[in-house]
Design a protein around this ligand. Sequence first.
Ligand SMILES: Nc1nc2c(ncn2[C@@H]2O[C@H](COP(=O)(O)OP(=O)(O)OP(=O)(O)O)[C@@H](O)[C@H]2O)c(=O)[nH]1
Ligand SMILES: [Mg+2]
Length: 458
Amino acid sequence: MNDTIAAIATPVGEGGIHIIRISGEEALAIATGMFQPQGGAKAADLEPQRVHYGMLIDPTDKQPVDEVLLLCFRAPHSFTGEDVIEIQCHGGAYVSSKILQLVLDQGARPAEPGEFTRRAFTNGRLDLSQAEAVADVIHAASDKALTSALAQLKGQLSDKLNTLYNELLQVLGQLEAAIDFPEEGLEFVQKQQLEQRIQGTSDQIKRLVDSYRQGKIYREGLKVALVGKPNVGKSSLLNALLQEDRAIVTPHPGTTRDTLEERVRIKDIHITIVDTAGLRHQPGEIEEMGIERTRHALAQADLALVIFDASHALDTNDALLIKEVADKKKLVLLNKSDLPTAIDPNALLKQLKRDSAIRLSATTGEGLNELKDALYQSALGGRIAGEAVVITRERHRQALAEAQSALTRVSQSLQEDRSEDLVAVDLNIALEHLGGILGKTFVDDLLDQIFNDFCIGK
Ligand SMILES: Nc1nc2c(ncn2[C@@H]2O[C@H](COP(=O)(O)OP(=O)(O)OP(=O)(O)O)[C@@H](O)[C@H]2O)c(=O)[nH]1
Ligand SMILES: [Mg+2]
């Protein structure tokens, strides 16, 4: 673990500058062996936490390689907590890989993906949820994703989890005292108090679990499925939203056979829109396979855009659709509003148990802005941004849900006057799951999984 690692931290290719990052015990020695500061100072006297300008030289033949800036961070005041050197050279692919090769020749080894951040975690510079947030900041593709990742990096989630963790730890302490002195046991008053504290913590954990729906949308964007019977204008609507002729549109029902996924951006939220094969009774063989995919897309989507053709009376295929989307979060769209209306919107809304629909025309563009506003509102989920801590990863949701169910067992055991030992077991399980998010308790496999998601050099 103490060996010295190095990597080019900037993307492959040509640019203004490239950065070669080195971390570990040998970092400083390696850098001083190949750097000549301007003004004749000795490389060995490199002042920490400063930027130095000079020439990078090949230590074997003393020939200059590039003019560079060298940043020097001494342990523990660095990203990884170790000695770190960053060499900023000109942004050529050749020059940067040559410098990296020289660094490796001096005894460093190529870093694995995410290894710098992994060291930051191992050295206690970041907890695990903060390390994950580093990746999320890098991958953020919208303001919402960036804001929530940054809040997590700054420790907003960690603080919240640490508070809950410590609260449970105190409860465990009281329980263990009762276990150690069985003749005294837990008094009635004490027991009630513990129960209340457990309940309070459990409620807060539940709020975090519930925040995942929203957090996932912040991190990954909103996933929307366009569904309807054949020929209602699903593909036309996709094209209208994209402002591009992406999907094939024809007057023949059953045109779209396979699902088609595209991204649009509405304000600061990414929306993934999936166009699907029209749902209908007794489809042909190929269509049947398409409809399977439609159902899958519907199941995966955060929101369904349920489309009806307002210029034709409803039929049994619409009825099939209404049944399919009964339990789904949805917006109701009445397309082809440029043609004379042939349906009774109120009767339809009643069947869908909704009180409003958006009238639109994929052909003329009428109602598109209203639809975009509704999509945006749905992505925000009625929440005021920055109001509360949200979780954005399935790993966190799962751990919190496990912790919550362990706490439910704790409450039950307390109510049923079970032994303190048994209560302590479940309490420990809850602690383990909370600690797992922060990386207090972890397995190497999990770390491999998390850090392999990173780029090399981070
Ligand atoms: N007048 C009018 N015609 C429309 C509108 N939207 C779509 N259409 C027409 O309706 C027909 C079917 O449109 P598509 O977009 O292919 O319909 P779809 O729902 O994707 O159909 P499938 O892929 O077969 O399920 C085409 O001839 C479109 O030009 C609209 O708003 N107004
Ligand atoms: Mg289509």
